[in-house]
Ligand binder design. Structure first.
Ligand SMILES: NC(=O)c1ccc[n+]([C@@H]2O[C@H](COP(=O)([O-])OP(=O)(O)OC[C@H]3O[C@@H](n4cnc5c(N)ncnc54)[C@H](O)[C@@H]3O)[C@@H](O)[C@H]2O)c1
Length: 323
């Protein structure tokens, strides 16, 4: 059994705890400032130990730390893991600004610590298959892509006005939080993000949040042109990714939380061939990620976003408006 400390027992920390325990391969401890949340977690899960303040916790007894606190805390917490030589997985985005990012990458490289940034979809079979198919050459060379991703965030996080999502300084909003997932996928499948432009607005959520709920971004990834259309208010939960190649188009469609398909069309007949179908992944995202973490800790090849890739993602997002 690997001993893992989950730092932050909020919305996503709870999902990680659940996924880690479901593997049957992790003994889970939790560090959470809020004593009520900690009590509830202790009631719901067989936790090995609990702590309140991460910065005064001795982490040397753990095989890994999973940082699931708001993004403004990620750099300091990841640095502590590097200094104390404990492998870590840190939630996305890597941070809110570029301050301290280069220093963290430098310390992590020098200490050769095993680490990654937890962009979830890199661990999920349907997205892994989509990448494999895109890179197989079936659609020729991919030249353009569109990521259409939108949902009613308020339904999934009724506490959205009280958490990091409502604050710019904590990395909230559709642009700084949600879109970075798809920037990560574009980077993974198509190449490094370069220049980009953006329009983002608070169209629906109103004064209770200082962040945006809607954004359109266009950017260059390697030499490809990529667009992102995202909002956090619409009623249907949709994700459609289109890749346009020189020999045809590939499409990833999330039909429901439990059904997704990869489709291919090589002419204008209107026929889309189904290349793959995935069912019931929705409830296992964090199980897949925990299994992926185990691979990393066992020294096996893994696909977690590197600190450098996550820094490129953050730089792309933070410099969008100034270009
Ligand atoms: N992968 C995904 O799909 C996904 C989804 C949601 C959130 N996230 C990311 O996860 C991170 C956390 O988001 P969340 O929704 O769980 O937020 P949250 O506010 O629900 O939970 C964060 C928790 O961290 C705790 N915390 C803060 N400082 C701490 C400290 N010093 N020591 C211990 N605990 C501390 C808070 O008390 C809080 O309970 C963010 O970076 C967010 O972007 C990822």
């Amino acid at each position: 059994m690997k001993k893992v400390l989950v730092v932050g027992g909020g919305g996503i920390g709870r999902k990680h705890i659940d996924g880690l325990i479901r593997t049957g391969k992790f003994q889970v401890s939790v560090c959470e400032l809020d004593s009520e949340k900690l009590m509830a977690l202790k009631k719901d899960y067989p936790l090995e130990a609990t702590f309140s303040d991460f910065f005064s916790t001795d982490i040397s007894r753990f095989d890994a730390v999973l940082i699931a606190t708001p993004a403004n805390l990620h750099i300091q917490m990841a640095k502590k893991c590097c200094i104390e030589s404990v492998p870590f997985l840190v939630e996305k985005p890597l941070s809110v600004t570029l301050d301290g990012v280069d220093e963290l990458i430098d310390i992590a490289e020098k200490s050769k610590i095993l680490c990654g940034v937890a962009y979830t979809r890199r661990s999920v079979p349907s997205f892994r298959k989509f990448k494999e198919i895109a890179q197989s050459g079936i659609a020729g060379e991919i030249k353009m892509a569109n990521f259409y991703c939108a949902q009613d965030y308020r339904k999934y996080r009724p506490d959205y006005e009280k958490i990091y999502f409502s604050k710019k300084s904590m990395g909230g909003g559709v642009l700084r939080d949600f879109i970075t997932h798809f920037v990560d996928l574009a980077q993974w499948i198509l190449g490094k993000p370069k220049t980009g432009f953006c329009i983002s607005e608070n169209l629906v959520f109103g004064d209770s949040v200082e962040t945006d709920d809607s954004a359109v971004v266009i950017g260059k990834f390697s030499e490809k042109i990529v667009s992102f259309y995202c909002n956090g208010f619409q009623k249907p939960n949709e994700l459609i990714i289109d890749l346009a190649g020189t020999k045809g188009n590939l499409k990833y469609v999330l039909l429901t939380r439990h059904l997704s398909r990869v489709l291919f069309a090589y002419d204008d007949s209107g026929r889309w061939e189904q290349l793959a179908e995935f069912q019931n992944e929705g409830s296992d995202y964090y199980l897949f990620q925990a299994q992926h973490l185990l691979r990393m800790l066992e020294g096996l090849p893994h696909d977690f976003t590197t600190l450098k890739e996550a820094a490129e993602n953050l730089e792309f997002i933070t410099k969008l408006n100034s270009r």
